[in-house]
Design a protein around this ligand. Structure first.
Ligand code: 13P
Ligand code: 13P
Ligand code: MG
Ligand code: MG
Length: 365
């Protein structure tokens, strides 16, 4: 059975500040998607949150980029925004960057990750969602899952993975894409994805079969709006087991926290902390950045009851390490490398400060 898994998300208001989602907003989204399921548009859905982001996970048979599905998500965000405005939530409607929907939510603010595939005999899928960081945050974890044999030993010992995976990398500034094969092109691949503010892994494919393995949201809000409008807070869908890495290989990269861009005002570098959904409440300096992972065992497109994968105690040490890393970065205050490099500050007050003081810069002799 061919199904489409669509994940569409937006920050439509924070409670309190940018720290969490309000239960009434989640309840409104639940109501909207329940109606769509009843009407037969959706096979199933799951509404959840990561920090202040509303996450709509939907299965259906309308294919990718379906105007009907995108409109459903957009309308749900608009209705949720009404609730957020009534409650005076912080930044109500924050990620809805245009006034009217025009067929596809891409480029309009919400984040999208969608994949269409033939459901296997058993189809375990992990959906990662992050708050207070940007799309490039998935680059290292995806590289480890699909190209690093020290993480995914299956690449070495499982015959059905031994040929490797193909990476589709997007240049989010130039709007270009390139496809590179692992293992033989990993040095070229790393030249690009090691610069995650510009080069972002959009999708990963199994080389032998061409099957889609992973897809991520890659929109950059600041590049759409030309100003700082909150962080992109990306999502990423990963199929697991069989010809794909095992669930444990897919989760393992998050056991060693890495530094990502985001955190306070989207302008800092901080550790990506793996947490359960209830713990996705970035409070310290609006962070540190969080990642949650929900596991689904699909059955004829039905999502069933998801498992909250990072609730597992084996991620306690990673959380502790992330807190230690947060302390170390916070010590730098407004200095790099805690504050993002100049190029990334373009979307904050930096251009205004530069233009105000331009005349006071005099030539050195
Ligand atoms: P598969 O053979 O389904 O990939 O299972 C491997 C596994 O789960 C080892 O951890
Ligand atoms: P969000 O993008 O999660 O709303 O965070 C914005 C921010 O500036 C946090 O300090
Ligand atoms: Mg917010
Ligand atoms: Mg957010």
């Amino acid at each position: 059975m061919k199904i489409t898994l669509s994940h569409i998300k937006a920050d439509i208001g924070g409670y309190v500040g940018h720290s969490a989602s309000h239960p009434e907003v989640l309840a409104k989204a639940e109501e909207c998607l329940a109606k769509a399921k009843q009407a037969g548009l959706l096979i199933d859905y799951h509404v959840t949150k990561c920090g202040d982001d509303l996450q709509l996970i939907m299965t259906h048979q309308q294919g990718e980029e379906s105007p009907k599905i995108h409109k459903l998500a957009w309308d749900t965000f608009v209705e949720g925004t009404e609730v957020a405005k009534k409650l005076k939530l912080y930044g109500a409607g924050q990620d809805l960057l245009v006034d009217a929907f025009a067929g596809n939510v891409k480029g309009m603010g919400p984040g999208v990750a969608e994949m269409e595939f033939e459901e296997r005999k058993s189809e375990p899928v992990i959906i990662f969602m992050a708050d207070n960081t940007s799309a490039g945050a998935w680059n290292m974890p995806l590289y480890k899952m699909f190209a690093d044999p020290f993480n995914t030993i299956g690449l070495v010992i499982a015959p059905n993975m031994h040929t490797g995976f193909t990476f589709e990398v997007h240049d989010v500034k130039e709007h270009k894409k390139i496809t590179l094969n692992a293992p033989e092109e990993i040095y070229d691949l790393l030249v690009f994805i090691g610069a995650p503010s510009r080069y972002v892994i959009k999708a990963v494919y199994h080389r032998d079969t061409g099957e889609i393995a992973s897809v991520s949201s890659t929109q950059r809000l600041s590049l759409i709006a030309d100003r700082y409008v909150g962080k992109d807070d990306p999502v990423c869908i990963v199929r697991t087991q069989g010809i794909f890495p095992a669930v444990g290989e897919v989760l393992e990269p998050f056991a060693s926290p890495i530094l990502v861009e985001g955190w306070m005002r989207g302008s800092h570098t901080g550790p990506l902390m793996p947490v359960s959904i209830p713990d996705s409440t970035p409070a310290r300096f609006d962070g540190p950045p969080r990642v949650v992972g929900l596991g689904f065992q699909l059955s004829e497109g039905n999502l069933g009851k998801p498992r909250d994968m990072f609730a597992d105690k084996s991620f306690n040490l990673a959380r502790h390490q992330a807190n230690e890393m947060a302390d170390m970065m916070r010590r730098h205050g407004p200095f790099e490398p805690h504050r993002l490099p100049l190029e990334e500050m373009e979307y904050t007050t930096m251009p205004q400060v530069i233009s105000k003081l331009r005349d006071r810069f005099v030539d050195l002799d």
